[in-house]
Design a protein around this ligand. Structure first.
Ligand SMILES: [Zn+2]
Length: 310
C-alpha cells in the first residue's frame, strides 16, 4: 500500500515538473524573440557582436559590444580607415564606439574584427554597418550683416580657433580614460539640438555641432567622465572653450564658459567641476554648448548619452 501511495504521489509530481520545464522553455523562447537585442544573435569565428542602434544615422553614433568565445582573442578592430581602441568591460566583452559625420554619404561601411582562436590562423570577421541619411530641423534667422561677415582680422582669429579645436580633437589616444556610465555636464533643458541647420539671411551656416543646454552664468559644469584636458582656449565665437580627451578618439567640448577651473594637460575625474557656465564669445545668452567628437567628427551628444550615459 505504501509503495502504491508513493507511485500515485510521484505521478502528478512528474507532470508538475514537466509542465514547469515546458513553461520555462516557452518563457525563454518568448524572451529570445521579444528581446532579440539582449542576446548576441550575430556571430563570426570566435566572436559575437551586438551593435546598437542597428544602423548609423548621419551625425549619429553606435555602441559596439564584442564578446570573444573561449580561447579566442581580438587582435584588432577597424571601422572604415579608423582603428578602434576597445574598452574592456568584462573578461571577454569589449566595447567600442563608431560614428558618422553629418556629411557622411548614406551607404554601408565595414566593421572589421581580426580575431584569433587557439591553434588556428587569425581570421577577419566583416560586419556591414548601414549609414542612413537624416533630415535635421532648420532655423532661418534675419541678422545684421556683421553677424555673417567678419572683418579680415576677426576672420583670421576665427579660423585659427577652429584649427586649434580641430587639432585638439584629432589625436587617437591609446589609453581609455572613461568608465561607464557618462554623466551630463549639467542636468538641464536642451535648448537647441545637434545638427540644426541654420540659415542667416537665407545663407546656410555650419549645422549646429553640439547641443545647447540651459545653464545660468555661474552654473558648475562637470566632466562627464575621466579625461585629460586637451585644450583650454579663449575663442572668438565659442568664448572660453575646453576640450576633454576621453581616449580612443573620443572628445567632449565645452563653450561659452564664464570661468575655467582646469589647465591644459591635467587629468580630470568624472563629476569634477571643470568651470562655470556663461555667455563668453558670441552667445545670445548664457548656456552650455556641449559637443562630442569621435575620430574628429562631431556626433549627436543626446544620442551619445542615450547609449552610454546615465
Ligand atoms: Zn551651441
Amino acid at each position: 500500500m505504501k509503495i502504491e501511495f508513493f507511485h500515485r504521489a510521484c505521478g502528478p509530481r512528474v507532470i508538475v515538473m514537466f509542465s514547469s520545464l515546458m513553461a520555462f522553455c516557452i518563457c525563454f523562447w518568448v524572451i529570445l524573440n521579444v528581446f532579440p537585442e539582449r542576446v548576441f544573435a550575430e556571430t563570426g569565428p570566435g566572436v559575437q557582436w551586438d551593435i546598437k542602434p542597428a544602423y548609423l544615422s548621419q551625425g549619429g553614433i553606435c555602441r559596439v559590444i564584442l564578446k570573444t568565445e573561449p580561447e579566442s582573442r581580438i587582435l584588432a578592430v577597424s571601422f572604415g580607415s579608423r582603428n578602434l581602441v576597445l574598452k574592456r568591460l568584462t573578461d571577454n566583452t569589449y566595447m567600442g564606439l563608431i560614428g558618422a559625420g553629418l556629411k557622411e554619404k548614406p551607404g554601408s561601411k565595414t566593421l572589421q574584427v581580426k580575431v584569433i582562436q587557439k591553434g588556428k590562423h587569425a581570421k577577419i570577421v566583416k560586419i556591414p554597418v548601414v549609414i542612413k541619411g537624416k533630415k535635421y530641423p532648420e532655423e532661418h534667422l534675419r541678422v545684421s550683416r556683421k553677424m555673417v561677415e567678419f572683418p579680415p582680422d576677426i576672420l583670421k582669429r576665427v579660423l585659427a580657433d577652429q584649427k586649434a579645436v580641430k587639432n585638439a580633437c584629432s589625436q587617437v589616444t591609446k589609453r581609455i580614460y572613461w568608465d561607464l556610465p557618462f554623466i551630463w555636464p549639467v542636468r538641464s533643458k536642451l535648448l537647441s539640438p545637434f545638427g540644426l541647420r541654420r540659415f542667416f539671411n537665407e545663407q546656410p551656416r555650419s549645422p549646429h555641432s553640439g547641443v545647447d543646454l540651459r545653464a545660468k552664468t555661474g552654473t558648475p559644469i562637470k566632466a562627464p567622465n575621466n579625461a585629460r584636458v586637451a585644450l583650454v582656449r579663449n575663442c572668438y565665437l565659442s568664448g572660453n572653450t575646453v576640450v576633454l580627451d576621453h581616449g580612443g578618439g573620443l572628445y567632449t567640448l565645452y563653450a561659452h564658459l564664464s570661468r575655467v577651473d582646469i589647465k591644459n594637460g591635467q587629468e580630470v575625474q568624472k563629476g569634477q567641476v571643470i568651470g562655470l557656465a556663461g555667455a563668453t564669445g558670441r552667445a545670445t545668452g548664457p548656456h552650455l554648448h556641449w559637443g562630442v567628437s569621435l575620430f574628429g567628427t562631431r556626433v549627436d551628444p543626446a544620442q551619445f548619452m542615450d547609449l552610454v550615459g546615465q
